[in-house]
Structure formats: structure tokens, C-alpha cells
Design a protein around this ligand. Structure first.
Ligand code: 2DT
Length: 212
């Protein structure tokens, strides 16, 4: 039997504050895994290319205003519209590195004052990540990094509030990396964690669903 052909891919999620290095590290991780011969893709949420994603993008750049509950549900809908493709990719053996997921969804909306349980509800039934890596950086340090881009949410006081909500959502299964370390060190730690996860998924760890 060729077990390799039946091995599924891993769902790896990177979370962290704005400017914590998620996007740079996603790119490095993608090259590292691809270089080792693993089928892998890099995704991000929000996916601004879909119709829902365009509404989200317009909201984030302050070109439109939406009620806090409404935008929350749009972010969730944006994950739901990718769910079946996500499952198909994983089952076909491709690992996905996802820059932000449901935890961003809950942390950012709850930081505005929405009830956490209400925020989690529309995420129930989405695919659960096999690994959540949190790039940990003090909000003040993140703010010092080349400034924010001027989108909604890119303000120190709000980011501090988001950080508090991430801490509330995190559990013992999350892997933390000190995002103040040099990029190469973060990259190396991330690669090791992810290789472990990819291996356990190949060995048959089942795909599960949110919210755990
Ligand atoms: P980027 O700067 O990473 O494109 O994120 N956000 C993101 C939410 O409020 N809810 C969500 O579900 C997701 C995925 C975080 C754009 C901003 O959107 C926020 C930052």
C-alpha cells in the first residue's frame, strides 16, 4: 500500500497582532515546506478577492461603514465560502498555511465589545486548525515597526485590546513564538513546529471542526 498518496495535508494557522510578522513568516514557511517537497499553499483571511471579501476590504479601508455584528458575520461568511475548497485541498494532501482565521474573527470583534460566545457561534463547523501558532509581540513593539498602514484597527489602544482577547482565546494547544526575536530565529522555530504537525497529519490524525 502506498500510504503517502492517502496522507492528508495539515491546516496551519498563524495568528498575532498587526505587524507581528505573520505575512513575512507565511512566505518563508511556504518556501521552506515547498523546498522539502511538501505540497503546500499559503492562504489568508480575509480573502479580499471574493464578493464578500470586497465588502470587507472596503470596510477595512474606511470606504464604507457597517454595524459591528454585520462585519463580523461577513468575516465569518468569507471563511465559510472557502470551507469546501479548504477541505478538498487537505484531503488531496496539500497543507495550508493560513494567515489569520477564526481567532482573528473573535478577537477583533470581541475587542469592540461584542459578546465572545456570540462571536464564536458562526465559526462552529468550520475546519479546526491542526496547529495554531501565535506570533507574540507586545503591542507597543508592534507599533514601533514601520508604522501601521492606516486601515481600521491599526491603532495602538485597539491592538492592546485585541491582544487581551487573543490571550483569552488561546489554550494549551497553541504554540507561542516570541515575535521580537530575529526573523531567522522565528522562521526556524516555526518550521520545526510545522514539520511535527505535518507528520502527525500524514500519520492519520483526523480532521476536526471548530469550536473546540
Ligand atoms: P490583514 O491586515 O491581515 O489583511 O487583516 N480581521 C481579520 C477581523 O476583524 N476579523 C477576521 O475574521 C479577520 C480574518 C484583522 C485585516 C484586518 O481584519 C481583521 C486585521
Amino acid at each position: 500500500i502506498n500510504h503517502q498518496s492517502e496522507a492528508r495535508g495539515a491546516l496551519i494557522v498563524l495568528e498575532g497582532l498587526d505587524r507581528s510578522g505573520k505575512t513575512s513568516q507565511s512566505g518563508r514557511l511556504l518556501s521552506n515546506l515547498a523546498g522539502l517537497g511538501y505540497p503546500v499553499e499559503s492562504w489568508r483571511f480575509p480573502d479580499r478577492d471574493t464578493a464578500v471579501g470586497k465588502m470587507i476590504s472596503s470596510y477595512l479601508s474606511n470606504k464604507s461603514q457597517l454595524d459591528d455584528h454585520t462585519i463580523h458575520l461577513l468575516f465569518s461568511a468569507n471563511r465559510w465560502e472557502k470551507r469546501s475548497l479548504m477541505e478538498a485541498k487537505l484531503k488531496s494532501g496539500t497543507s495550508l498555511i493560513v494567515d489569520r482565521y477564526s481567532y482573528s474573527g473573535v478577537a477583533f470583534s470581541a475587542a469592540k465589545g461584542l459578546d465572545i460566545e456570540w462571536c464564536k457561534a458562526p465559526e462552529v463547523g468550520l475546519l479546526a486548525p491542526d496547529l495554531v501558532v501565535y506570533l507574540d509581540i507586545p503591542p507597543e513593539k508592534a507599533a514601533e515597526r514601520g508604522g501601521y498602514g492606516g486601515e481600521r484597527y491599526e491603532q495602538l489602544e485597539f491592538q492592546k485590546n485585541v491582544a487581551r482577547h487573543y490571550k483569552m482565546l488561546s489554550d494549551a494547544s497553541w504554540k507561542m513564538i516570541d515575535a521580537c526575536l530575529p526573523m531567522e530565529d522565528v522562521e526556524k522555530q516555526l518550521k520545526e513546529m510545522v514539520l511535527d504537525c505535518v507528520t502527525s497529519c500524514q500519520k492519520g490524525k483526523p480532521i476536526s471542526q471548530l469550536w473546540l
